[in-house]
Design a protein around this ligand. Structure first.
Ligand code: PEP
Length: 251
């Protein structure tokens, strides 16, 4: 998976048993996409449903991804929380951490994200950290400073295997995509920043996220250091999600 383009669908707080089932069953019969690591990130309550539907041998392995995880590990008196151990138990492979909607609505900061990354790594799952500047930070010319601060959660981490999604906050769910130049500039920056934090031998994937769809994916995948896409809205429809997967396959 570390030499493929990743296409991860973040369903956010969308889906119900019946339509999840229909979408996942269609995805199960996708022709072989051997250059792509495909993932689906449903709401926590549907993780088992998705995992059970994709765990059989398919043309493509479809990874089960969680949208978040508790900062507490194991088990205990933490009402409402779901630990990394529990995620692993139900078949999760990859865990999103620090999505900007988590910071926006739940005030999640670097220290909490660091705990979550460690918990995920400790049980052998793969963290996918989301980073990205706000519109104000970009207008002020502080996009790299903002992203460098978010990436600093990796400092001193023992693992060399993890993924990052660069998601400018102003491009998420807005239909506004960063330009190829902006994406190239930020991905190059993130790549070098990670190597300097974690060592030259870090095995990483850097995805772009922010209004990726079936029309713009192919062009985004031509940008250096773009190793895939984290897809929100367009992952909810079979046609658009599979068109993005196909674009990754052809890239
Ligand atoms: C996301 O949820 O991470 C995302 C990028 O959403 P969208 O594709 O809808 O902008």
């Amino acid at each position: 998976m570390w030499d493929k383009k990743w296409v991860i669908g973040n369903w956010k707080m969308n889906g119900q048993l019946q339509n999840n089932n229909a979408l996942v069953h269609k995805l199960r019969s996708l022709p072989k996409m051997d250059n792509v690591c495909i993932g689906i990130s449903p709401p926590t309550v549907y993780l088992s449903q998705v995992h059970n539907a994709v765990k059989i041998v398919l043309e493509n392995k479809i990874h089960t991804c969680a949208q978040d995880v508790s900062r507490f590990n194991g088990s205990g008196a933490y009402t409402g929380e779901v630990s990394a151990e529990m995620m692993k138990d139900v078949g999760v492979d990859i865990v999103l951490i620090g999505h900007s909607e988590r910071s926006l609505y739940f005030n999640e900061k670097n220290d909490v994200q660091r705990h979550k990354i460690e918990n995920v790594l400790n049980v052998g799952l793969t963290p996918l950290l989301c980073v990205g500047e706000s519109i104000k930070e970009r207008e002020d010319g502080r996009e790299k400073e903002a992203v460098a601060y978010q990436l600093s959660v990796f400092k001193g981490l023992k693992t060399k295997h993890f993924a990052v999604a660069y998601e400018p906050v102003w491009a998420i769910g807005t239909g506004k995509v960063a330009t190829k130049e902006q994406i190239a500039d930020m991905h190059d920056f993130i790549y070098n920043e990670i190597l300097s934090l974690c060592g030259e031998d870090a095995n990483i994937r850097i995805l772009y996220g922010g209004s990726v769809n079936d029309k713009n994916a192919a062009e985004i995948f031509t940008v250096p250091h773009v190793d895939g896409a984290l897809v929100g809205g367009a992952s909810l429809k079979y046609e658009s999600f599979t068109a993005i997967i196909q674009a990754a396959q052809d890239a």
